[in-house]
Design a protein around this ligand. Structure first.
Ligand code: G3I
Length: 329
């Protein structure tokens, strides 16, 4: 079992509807969730588009259901994600108020959401939601991504967001989350500069989420280099969305033995480098982005098989790879 092999939390994604469902597939999903994992992230339910339903109006019900499930079954919940350019509710996209009014809405949302989810505690009085991805994907390559937030608030919206979150909860761990931190050296360096700038200017930040959407032929050297560079910031390090595409070139019609072995190798390396490079005090955990291949955002009608379980919830050899890596083998 993954969680028993690792010396840090192992996570995967959930939705409130799957947790509530008693179908055979979802019963199996929950069995695996509770056996192999001890950390959960909402795939979509705790994003702004889902919870920020109107001006000064929030619907936390799906997140609350996830938190209740976590409490009942001994999981922590990692909050994902307060501000992301791809998850903006329609009404906010079309907001006709002034820029000051727009910013006040976003500030109110961040503070209300962090404060709300700080309330749930386990039996020992520890928070169930002890961390949030505050800003997701601020960078586009090494440049600041143009978004509604940069246009309406300014390029410093990310700094404000971290400060608002900290004001709402003095203890919650605040993460910056992004993709291609491994793989794109310029982007990684921009993120590290941002983090160092935060630290110099006393802008609160506790951790960095490396999404880790990999491919079967991901270059060998940059994975350890990037994990080392992110660890060197001294912050918590989260592998936050791990999966491994095997068919980005659309050149196979089923998962071949060769590709499965290449995928196993990538999962092994992700687990191994995270376990061996990140100092234990900075190991926030490793989170997979899905269970069955068919549930993945990358499945694409059956043209990719990026995860650890096949469509009948049997473990693939990719699972063996991750176990080996977590065992530091
Ligand atoms: O639930 C509706 C359904 O009612 C509707 O009929 C259908 C039609 O499009 O859409 C459904 O919502 C979709 C939702 O997934 C649930 O399946 C959204 O359109 C779709 O945009 C959404 O995609 C999610 C995506 O983020 C955008 O929010 C993926 O599930 C989710 O895996 C993906 O996750 C992101 C991370 O948050 C950030 N990092 C990248 C990662 C992959 O894109």
């Amino acid at each position: 079992d993954l969680k028993n092999v690792a010396s840090f939390p192992i996570g995967n994604i959930v939705s409130a509807s799957k947790l509530a469902s008693t179908s055979t597939a979802n019963t199996t999903f929950k069995q695996i969730l509770n056996t192999e994992y001890n950390s959960i992230t909402a795939e979509n339910d705790m994003k702004m588009a889902n919870m920020f339903t109107g001006p000064d109006t929030y619907d936390f019900s799906d997140g609350d259901a996830i938190v209740a499930y976590a409490k009942e079954n001994g999981h922590r919940v990692h909050g994902h994600a307060l501000i992301w350019h791809q998850s903006i509710p329609n009404w906010l996209n079309n907001f006709t108020g002034t820029d000051e009014e727009f910013e006040a809405q976003v500030e109110g949302y961040v503070k209300a959401t962090v404060a709300h989810f700080a309330e749930a505690e386990d039996d020992d009085g520890n928070p169930i939601v002890a961390s949030w991805d505050v800003v997701n994907e601020y960078f586009d390559g090494s440049s600041v991504r143009s978004s509604l937030f940069t246009q309406r608030i300014g390029n410093d919206f990310h700094e404000k967001a971290f400060q608002w979150a900290r004001e709402a909860d003095p203890d919650v761990k605040l993460f910056y989350n992004d993709y291609n931190i491994a793989g794109q050296v310029d982007k990684r360096n921009a993120i590290i500069s941002m983090v160092n700038n935060f630290i110099t200017n006393s802008i609160p930040i506790d951790g960095i989420g490396m999404q880790m959407h990999l491919n079967h032929d991901w270059p060998s050297s940059d994975l350890p280099t990037s994990i080392q560079a992110i660890s060197d910031t001294g912050l918590l390090v989260h592998i936050s969305e791990l999966d491994v595409k095997v068919n980005y070139g659309d050149d196979i019609t089923e998962l071949t033995e060769e590709r499965a072995a290449a995928q196993e190798f990538q999962y092994q390396r992700a687990g191994y480098y995270y376990s061996t490079i990140v100092p234990p005090a900075q190991q926030f955990g490793l989170t997979l982005w899905g269970f069955r291949d068919q549930d993945s955002w990358l499945y694409d009608g059956g043209s990719d098989w990026p995860l650890l379980y096949d469509n009948d919830f049997n473990t693939k050899i990719s699972h063996r790879g991750l176990v080996a890596g977590l065992n530091e083998e």
